[in-house]
Design a binder for this molecule. Structure first.
Ligand code: FEO
Ligand code: CA
Ligand code: CA
Ligand code: CA
Length: 605
């Protein structure tokens, strides 16, 4: 009674209430299935996962740890066969080995090598399962692991830079491996982009660097201290910045993987700059130029945009993939400034909506470098690309509340940014509020949308906040102007995606409201703009990643289940295998029941 008719296509499901179930909890009428979990076979010949007897050789062939981004690339018009690509962001060794096997102060060489193999990405072929529903991974020549041992080609204007040369790679053009791959995207040409994010944590002895220029560069990227947490420097000197001073500069890039060609060499694209890339996502401008958006996920960091010089060639043939990939190596890199349109006095840090009814304003993209030309005083182009944060500081961009995933909406053309949280906003000695980051001590984050003025390659845009997240009962939240009594609480937006109707889907990391993280849908236009509904929740200690939302399938990556407590030998989560098992990060498919197990359209009745 009194319930308004549900009519936005794609969001017609009964929301999951906030909860703390050690399970993936989905709406009534839906089914779920684990697609692949940490340790499952990727490459043919992978040994069966054995938690108590893991080896590096096995992990090199198995699905890695802590899946984050998920990309699904259909190989036929019906999406029966698909390439599924997942990132493995980081390792938590205390949860990866039996408690009596792993001494954090003294990891064995084999354990360290397991961690190197558990990073990176996986490519698998996944088929629709007409009997049981969801997706099923099959042995396939496409299946591939990319790890910290896989060679990457460095491309773009910083390839061969003096700052990238090491004793193992005197040319500065070949990097072994990728790490901390967080969000990502599928490009219009069918490859995958992935951001190298929290790269600093892997390196030792930044605190011992005495050269003031090098020390300042390391500090600006968060490299600090002596021994690293994982102690990798004991088994490969490249993780010790006093021995290989340039190795840190070889991480923090956007990488590109071509899942269609299992023999392709992955690429690091230096023209997109080096910072804590959350991910990168592509929009094709009206004139055919390729635009890439990327956030630097740390408190008070910036949002970047890259615009190519060359033009996109349609399709995903090998030729088109090669051509379009090369567009990311020749263009202009920009950083964003967001200016509010309401009087500063109305942005009081409480989250109160200003008198004009919106947190909104205008923005501009400030050029940093194009090819070998720098636009930043005191920085060569090479320095702009490798030490992008310091170069960007000079042009006064807007310090944001941790820019996570940024994705263009294929239906309305606008671009959506998850700003996950920033409890330091307004703290002593830190930046105060502005209209784009309007809450002091922002624990629940917000979602911003912007629209380029005069096409995607333009340097001007208009922006507004879609959501100021949190408990809808709290005065400091805003749900696009929608009736807050009808929305799900949402906290700490992280990865974003769109369904075929253009509804925004948001996965969360770090729910500050006391219940588990989840996946949420929200229409971005029409009378239900801002109506957030929770579609699923994830197990204890996990964050929700991925996501992929097609017309009849949802995929989420459940990252770090059980990570909310140190490993005492009795984990806080036993998902997905149940009983007393160790939790395992995994990708889950969810679909609407129709008949027996045939999938129906997501959310459409
Ligand atoms: Fe790895 Fe910004 O989340
Ligand atoms: Ca305003
Ligand atoms: Ca993230
Ligand atoms: Ca995250």
């Amino acid at each position: 009674p009194g319930k308004p008719a549900k009519k936005v296509p794609g969001t017609d499901f009964d929301p999951v209430p906030p909860n703390t179930n050690d399970a993936v909890t989905i709406p009534p009428g839906y089914d779920q299935r684990v697609v692949i979990r940490w340790g499952d076979a990727v490459v043919p010949g992978a040994p069966k996962f054995d938690f108590a007897k893991q080896t590096a050789a096995a992990q090199e062939k198995q699905f890695g740890y802590n899946n984050d981004f998920v990309g699904l690339i259909p190989q036929d018009p019906l999406g029966i066969a698909n390439l599924l690509v997942a990132n493995h962001e980081y390792t938590t060794e205390v949860h990866m080995f039996p408690v009596d096997q792993y001494d954090p102060a003294n990891p064995t060489e084999e354990q360290v090598k397991i961690a190197w193999a558990a990073h990176g990405l996986s490519v698998v072929q996944a088929l629709r399962d007409p009997v049981h529903g969801g997706l099923r991974v099959v042995p396939s020549p496409f299946n591939r692991r990319i790890t910290l041992n896989t060679e990457f080609e460095v491309r773009g204007p910083a390839a061969g830079s003096q700052f990238l040369k090491t004793s193992a790679d005197p040319a500065g053009r070949t990097v072994r491996g990728t790490q901390n791959n967080c969000a990502g995207s599928v490009t219009p040409w069918g490859t995958v982009l992935s951001g190298e994010e929290n790269i600093n944590q892997y390196f030792a002895n930044a605190g011992a660097v005495t050269d003031p220029v090098q020390a300042a560069r390391l500090k600006r990227y968060g490299f600090s201290g002596g021994a690293s947490t994982r102690k990798w420097e004991r088994f490969d000197k490249r993780w010790d910045v006093t021995q290989e001073p340039n190795e840190p500069n070889r991480f923090g890039w956007v990488v590109e993987i071509d899942p269609h060609d299992p023999n392709s060499k992955p690429v690091k694209h230096t023209h997109l700059g080096r910072f804590k890339h959350e991910g990168a996502a592509i929009k094709i401008a009206e004139d055919g130029r390729v635009v890439a958006y990327s956030g630097d996920d740390e408190r008070f960091e910036y949002i970047y945009k890259y615009v190519s010089n060359g033009k996109y060639k349609k399709g995903n043939s090998a030729h088109a993939r090669r051509h379009n990939s090369s567009l990311l190596d020749d263009g202009t890199l920009y950083v964003g400034r967001f200016t509010g349109d309401s009087p500063a006095a109305e942005i009081d840090g409480t989250g109160k909506v200003p008198a004009d009814g919106e947190f909104d304003g205008s923005g501009e993209w400030l050029p940093l470098a194009a090819g070998n030309k720098s636009f930043v005083e005191g920085f060569t182009a090479e320095e702009v690309y490798v030490f992008t944060r310091q170069a960007a500081d000079k042009v006064l961009p807007t310090k944001m509340d941790r820019p996570e995933d940024i994705e263009p909406n294929p239906v309305n053309g606008r671009v959506y940014v998850a700003l996950t949280n920033n409890s330091d906003r307004g703290a002593a000695g830190k930046a105060g509020v502005d209209e784009a980051n309007p809450r002091n001590g922002n624990r629940n984050g917000h979602v911003l949308e912007f629209e380029e003025i005069g096409g995607a390659a333009s340097t001007k845009f208009a922006w507004r906040l879609l959501l100021v997240c949190g408990d809808p009962k709290a005065a400091d939240t805003y749900f696009g102007g929608f009736d807050k009594s009808q929305v799900s609480p949402i906290s700490c937006p992280d990865n974003v995606a769109f369904d075929p109707h253009g509804n925004l889907w948001i996965s969360t990391d770090g729910n500050a409201l006391g219940s588990h993280d989840g996946l949420f849908s929200v229409p971005v236009s029409g009378p239900e703009r801002g109506k957030v509904q929770q579609f699923l929740s994830v197990p204890t200690g996990a964050e929700t990643c991925g996501p992929v939302v097609t017309s009849d399938l949802v995929l989420v990556a459940v990252q770090h289940p059980g990570e909310n407590a140190p490993n005492s030998g009795s984990p806080t989560s036993h998902w997905p295998d149940g009983g007393t098992t160790q939790p395992r990060p995994a990708i889950v498919s969810v679909w609407r029941q129709r008949g027996r197990h045939l999938p129906g359209k997501i959310g459409i009745r």
